[in-house]
Write a protein that binds this ligand. Structure first.
Ligand code: HEM
Ligand code: HEM
Ligand SMILES: [Fe+2]
Length: 445
């Protein structure tokens, strides 16, 4: 740790990790709901929709806390200066955590807007906006005061401003449902396939530069190309969500063509990572971070690029829309791109923040393989359930519940794989929260 204020990041990471664990426990509960017939008395108290809202909102919360912590870690090193206000950073963290708790308690009592992923009620929206403004002000002031602009910094700030700005479109409720969904996708799609990709690109560029010792110019040149392509394909690619909501029919081909190109920048990111690995100049001090970084770039490509491409053309999406095929893609993409990005950042920064130069990475390695293999299996089993669902409901035209009875077995297998996934998460979370210097440090060169 070079700058004192980087320590802020540590508390964001510490806050994010238990939320990740809780998110996954709720995922298991959702899979139980699909596999078994849960007694009505339980459903009355804790309905599927509430558990699902917990699962997805916790996901967004811990991922965003990870991004914010990552930003507080990177910005001092990039600007060569301390964060503008440490106090504001902690105020913001507490405000966001309290909002999270209030949201979950509220969901349990039916206080929700009901729109997936963006269900928190209006008063809580206001707190989130205030938190985001504090964050942008703090990060922006640090950068403007230091005046040492770099491409990584600019992309990070741009991505964060874009991310916060988009959130505003999800706040109002439009009485016309077509318009409501139209803007809902501005938040959901443009977040994961636009703003978040910019944040990911810059965080990954920073970590790769530090890990490999490759020149900044090389890393930043790639970053330019990637963000250019992300914006070019991702913005018009929003159309792949406008096929069936009642929007004009030109979205069929605009969405189809542009979203089909979206895997391109993701592919470039993999090639770029591999190039850096080959060109590396420095000794590997923390090989576990490499494993996570390479795993992230590959699973990002599989989950978002390949799995996204599979159902993005209208001819296919007509059958798979809103089925477990979507869920399969949602899991692989979110885990590959954003959960693994955060875990890469945590494994990179947390040892440094605690002054642990070399640590025993066995637990972290087992956690990595357990999570990745289990998630790949879950992606496949959700996928099989989804293909069955699409065929039975959309090709054979049979009822929703008929399809469910055929899918049940595969949701059961998902539940089984999910238990392994959870064990990997428990291992990673406990490992990160209890990093200790390795006893064999002297022989690890
Ligand atoms: C890291 C990036 C990505 C993440 C995290 C992600 C995540 C998701 C999630 C969670 C959904 C479900 C939304 C809902 O209906 O509730 C979804 C839908 C979808 N995604 Fe992605 N996605 C990513 C990238 C991509 C890419 C690159 C493509 C195309 C090449 C794509 C194609 C689609 C399509 C077509 C749908 C709609 C499925 C339907 O009609 O039900 N996604 N994505
Ligand atoms: C033990 C692990 C997990 C299990 C068993 C699980 C299970 C589920 C289930 C059953 C659903 C509801 C699907 C539906 O509404 O039909 C769901 C939704 C979702 N989960 Fe998980 N989950 C797990 C972990 C994760 C992780 C680690 C992530 C992200 C990193 C994640 C992201 C999501 C997303 C984005 C949705 C909404 C999907 C959509 O709208 O299409 N889940 N999960
Ligand atoms: Fe999308």
């Amino acid at each position: 740790m070079e700058f004192r204020s980087q320590k802020i990041a540590y508390w964001y990471f510490v806050a994010a990790l238990p939320l990740f664990l809780l998110q996954v426990v709720l995922g298991l509960w959702l899979a139980v709901n699909y596999t078994f017939t849960v007694p009505q008395s339980v459903v009355d108290v804790f309905p599927f929709a509430t558990a699902r809202a917990f699962h997805t909102n916790l996901l967004v919360l811990w991922i965003l806390l990870g991004f914010m912590g990552g930003t507080y870690y990177i910005v001092p090193e990039e600007t060569r200066s301390e964060i503008y206000s440490t106090a504001l950073a902690y105020v913001q963290l507490v405000a966001l955590l309290l909002t999270g708790v209030a949201a979950l308690v509220g969901f349990a009592f039916g206080w929700t807007k009901g729109r997936p992923l963006l269900e928190i009620p209006f008063p809580l929206n206001l707190v989130v906006v205030a938190g985001a403004l504090i964050f942008l002000f703090n990060v922006g002031m640090t950068m403007f005061r230091a005046k040492r602009w770099t491409v990584i910094q600019g992309t990070l700030l741009g991505g964060l401003v874009f991310l916060a700005g988009l959130y505003l479109f999800g706040i109002p409720f439009y009485r016309n449902l077509v318009i409501d969904w139209y803007y809902w996708w501005w938040v959901i799609h443009l977040w994961v396939e636009g703003a978040w990709e910019l944040v990911t690109g810059s965080i990954m560029a920073f970590i790769l530069m530090k890990l490999t010792g490759v020149d900044r110019e090389v890393v930043e040149k790639w970053l330019y190309v990637e963000i250019g392509l992300f914006m070019f394909t991702g913005v018009a690619g929003t159309g792949h969500h406008y096929y069936w909501i009642g929007a004009p029919s030109y979205w069929l081909w605009v969405g189809g063509v542009f979203s089909a190109l979206e895997p391109l920048p993701i592919m470039l990111m993999v090639i770029d990572t591999m190039q850096h690995v080959k060109r590396r100049r420095t000794r590997i001090v923390n090989p576990l971070v490499w494993t996570y970084a390479i795993g992230c770039s590959i699973l990002h490509l599989i989950g978002a690029g390949v799995w996204g491409f599979l159902h993005t053309l209208p001819q296919i999406n007509y059958y798979t829309h809103g089925s477990q095929v979507t869920v399969s893609h949602g899991h692989l993409a979110f885990f590959g791109a954003y959960a693994l990005l955060n875990l890469t950042t945590f494994y990179y920064a947390m040892p440094k923040l605690q002054g642990v130069a070399v640590f025993d990475d066995r637990r972290g390695r087992i956690a990595f393989w357990t999570m990745c293999i289990a998630m790949m299996i879950m992606g496949l089993t959700f996928g099989v359930a989804g293909v069955l669902q699409s065929y039975i409901e959309r090709v054979l035209g049979m009822g929703y519940m008929t399809a469910q009875s055929y899918m049940r077995l595969w949701m059961g297998v998902t539940l089984f794989a999910g238990v392994f996934f959870l064990s990997g998460v428990v291992l990673a979370v406990t490992d990160l929260l209890s990093l200790k210097p390795a006893k064999v440090a002297a022989i690890k060169v």
